[in-house]
Design a protein around this ligand. Structure first.
Ligand code: NI
Length: 231
């Protein structure tokens, strides 16, 4: 399931994160190949903040908290454990060719998640679409190729099993935060069913109130979750 999660960051949060990044200057942006695996390193040409740095950790905390407080993200990703976000920047032809994210991701922070299985990939856009040329995130699935370029502060959520790439940025600069979630429910198809069920229950409850049928459907949602969740 490829899902657009709108307004993860409020305009104030976005503005504050962008100001911190702007004020940090150029020297904080390092070669992104440092965190790429053997296949990905061949196709990765971007810049990123040093993972675990005070800067990345402070900003990452704000993004993680905003995602965990967003009902649509929580319902879709069913997060069990999340790694600290990485911050990247593409400019001057910067690109990240086709790859699938590594099965395991590490959170090096003291008290952090440690090593997790990556089930769900999330990109939070920090630059407005008008600020750069190119830079579309392309995600491939069995329904074809999907092009994603969102408003700053919005996020895209997709299964970590997907082949994806970032097209070359030929003008301006594209900043984003990316992170991985180990879901309570490993299988994307099951997560998608639970998400649709949850959203339908929510809408029906608003329309009808808590009818006995809705109490039953809600119970089935939890019983499916109980059946499929891994802790
Ligand atoms: Ni990736």
């Amino acid at each position: 399931m490829l899902l657009h999660v709108p307004q993860v960051l409020t305009p104030q949060q976005l503005q504050s994160i962008r100001k911190v990044l702007h004020d940090a200057g150029e020297s904080v942006w390092l070669d992104g190949r440092a965190t790429a695996g053997a296949q990905a390193v061949q196709v990765k040409a971007n810049q990123q903040l040093e993972p675990g740095s005070v800067l990345a950790t402070g900003l990452g905390e704000q993004i993680s908290q905003a995602l965990q407080a967003h009902p649509m993200f929580v319902s879709a990703a069913l997060p069990h454990r999340m790694v600290a976000p990485l911050f990247n920047r593409y400019k001057g032809g910067g690109t990240y060719g086709n790859h699938i994210d590594g099965a395991f991701q590490r959170d090096g922070r003291v008290g952090g998640a440690g090593r997790i299985r990556s089930d769900v990939s999330t990109t939070v856009f920090l630059s407005e679409p008008g600020e750069y040329e190119g830079g579309e995130l392309i995600v491939e699935d069995s329904y074809g190729s999907h092009e994603v370029k969102l408003q700053a502060g919005d996020a895209i959520v997709y299964p970590s099993t997907s082949l994806h790439r970032v097209e070359p940025v030929t003008g301006g600069a594209r900043m984003a935060a990316v992170l991985w979630t180990q879901s309570l429910v490993r299988d994307d198809a099951r997560r998608a069913m639970l998400f649709e069920l949850d959203m339908s229950i929510l809408t029906l409850r608003q329309q009808l109130g808590d009818t006995p049928q809705l109490v039953s459907l809600t119970g089935h949602y939890h019983n499916l979750l109980r059946m499929w969740a891994e802790l």
